[in-house]
Write a protein that binds this ligand. Structure first.
Ligand SMILES: O=C(O)c1cc(=O)[nH]c(=O)n1[C@@H]1O[C@H](COP(=O)(O)O)[C@@H](O)[C@H]1O
Length: 246
């Protein structure tokens, strides 16, 4: 899917970070006519199991399984094989696992999807979490240098491994595009409309700004799911997305 063909409602992935399936499905139901892709993270997955992936598919959503695999290549290949069996549209792995790990994840996804006649899932590399500030990267994680340079380094590595794109913050979009080309997907969390709080996110940006910089997809959780009216919040964000598309 190239950038030009992505409709505004396809640009937003809603993070269903709930501790039970009922709440997740209730919110998904409210967003059914506005949003195309739901993100399932580990919290919801460990409550609901793989069933949640199928329920969302049956409701007409694409599913981004946010499992952030990071292990030895053989183990990640096995996990990629398993998640692909559930017909997910996208899943992610940590770029920090290295080139071979990312390659094996994508290869396993292709292999399993072909064997079962499924669409090959997009495999996305997580560069540096949007909750990681410059100081955290250097002092706690122990990686010297600028966050932006590390993110671009990981994005290049993800591309070399054959992944479809990366997760990064809005602040790195233009550098990733420059390094990896405009078709290499940028999936951007840490999105905060001006009317929402930052919470635990550090490298944040508004939807409009991220799209102006060329983001392909925006991952949005609490600004929608914690809103009094999630549908109204989603529509408000979509309006901002549409304005950027015009
Ligand atoms: O891979 C992700 O989706 C992800 C990567 C990252 O660097 N930062 C990040 O916030 N996320 C996810 O994006 C969502 C953001 O949620 P909110 O902060 O509530 O909008 C959460 O589900 C996070 O797990």
């Amino acid at each position: 899917m190239t950038e030009q063909r992505v409709k505004p409602e396809e640009k937003i992935f809603v993070a269903l970070d709930y501790d039970n399936m009922d709440d997740a499905l209730r919110t998904a139901d409210k967003l059914g006519d506005t949003i195309r892709t739901m993100k399932v993270g580990l919290q919801l997955f460990f409550h609901a199991g793989p069933q949640i992936l199928h329920r969302l598919n049956e409701m007409g959503f694409q599913v981004f399984m946010d499992c952030k695999f990071h292990d030895i290549p053989n183990t990640v290949a096995g996990a990629a094989d398993s998640v692909t069996q559930h017909g997910v549209y996208m899943f992610n792995v940590h770029c920090g696992g290295g080139l071979a790990m990312m390659q094996r994840a994508k290869e396993a996804a292709i292999h399993r999807a072909k064997a079962q006649g499924l669409t090959i899932p997009k495999v996305i590399g997580v560069t540096q979490l949007t909750s990681t500030a410059q100081e955290t990267l250097n002092r706690e994680i122990g990686i010297p240098g600028d966050v932006r340079d590390i993110v671009v380094h990981y994005a290049r590595l993800a591309k070399e491994a054959g992944l479809d794109g990366v997760v990064a913050s809005g602040h790195e979009i233009s550098y990733i595009r420059e390094a990896c080309g405009e078709d290499f997907l940028t999936v951007i969390p840490g999105i905060r409309p001006t009317w929402a709080g930052a919470n635990d996110q550090k490298r944040v940006m508004t939807p409009g700004e991220a799209l102006r910089l060329g983001a392909h997809y925006l991952v949005i959780g609490r600004a929608i799911t914690h809103a009094n009216d999630p549908r109204a919040a989603a529509l408000r964000i979509l309006e901002e997305v549409r304005q950027e598309a015009n």
